[in-house]
Ligand binder design. Sequence first.
Ligand code: ADP
Ligand code: ADP
Ligand code: ZN
Length: 213
Amino acid sequence: MKIIMLGAPGAGKGTQAEMISEKYNLPHISTGDIFRANIKNGTELGKEAKQYMDKGLLVPDELTVKILLDRVSKDDCKNGYVLDGFPRTIPQAEVLDKELEKLGESIDFAIDVDVPDENIVRRMGGRRACVTCGATYHVEHVPPKKEGICDVCGGELILRDDDKPETVQNRLNVYHTQTQPLIDFYTAKGVLKEVDGTVDMKEVFESIVSILG
Ligand code: ADP
Ligand code: ADP
Ligand code: ZN
């Protein structure tokens, strides 16, 4: 099963992708997480990506596509995967499609997690991320057991640089102009499913499970 998570920054793609990954035993692949791991490790890729991420802009397609295709060619992706944050542009979606076509495969579900912009801005200020393992929390909705400390690995929880309000607005603009067109793209392919992302995360997951079966 190959699944794509669509939705604005902060809509809950990562949260839902993690739950799907556990229930259906599929790797959760987040291009954002891959970039952040590279930034943390000081790689060339990380340096390049950071320039865009800090401004709320997309990392160029060429670079992003290379990383993603590399990742999905790994052994653990044989039975499928959940993509979280990829594709984010029509050219990215087209490259993925072409690559899958070569293998006689295609995307099974593109799940759009729908949340209005007003809710997003409020949500992002409360998001906290683990610098060590990438686990995500929310100060109100998903607090860690101990403030500022990751439940999973004991790492430090931070407010991401790109979750500051000014940058969130840029990311929303980028989302509407560059990423939202993917909704029509996957509708035309007959694989788009929409879920209401404003409700409790367990309810969002129930809607997703009823789609995936
Ligand atoms: P995305 O991957 O789409 O950017 P995340 O999964 O990181 O979104 O979620 C953004 C923030 O909102 C996180 O702090 C997360 O804990 C919180 N969150 C996720 N889903 C919900 C929900 N249904 N209701 C309230 N808060 C949520
Ligand atoms: P969010 O969970 O809030 O949607 P991500 O962690 O997915 O954010 O992405 C963080 C940043 O990483 C993006 O704002 C962008 O700069 C970069 N990025 C992640 N995925 C992609 C992609 N597919 N194409 C281009 N840039 C990307
Ligand atoms: Zn952690």
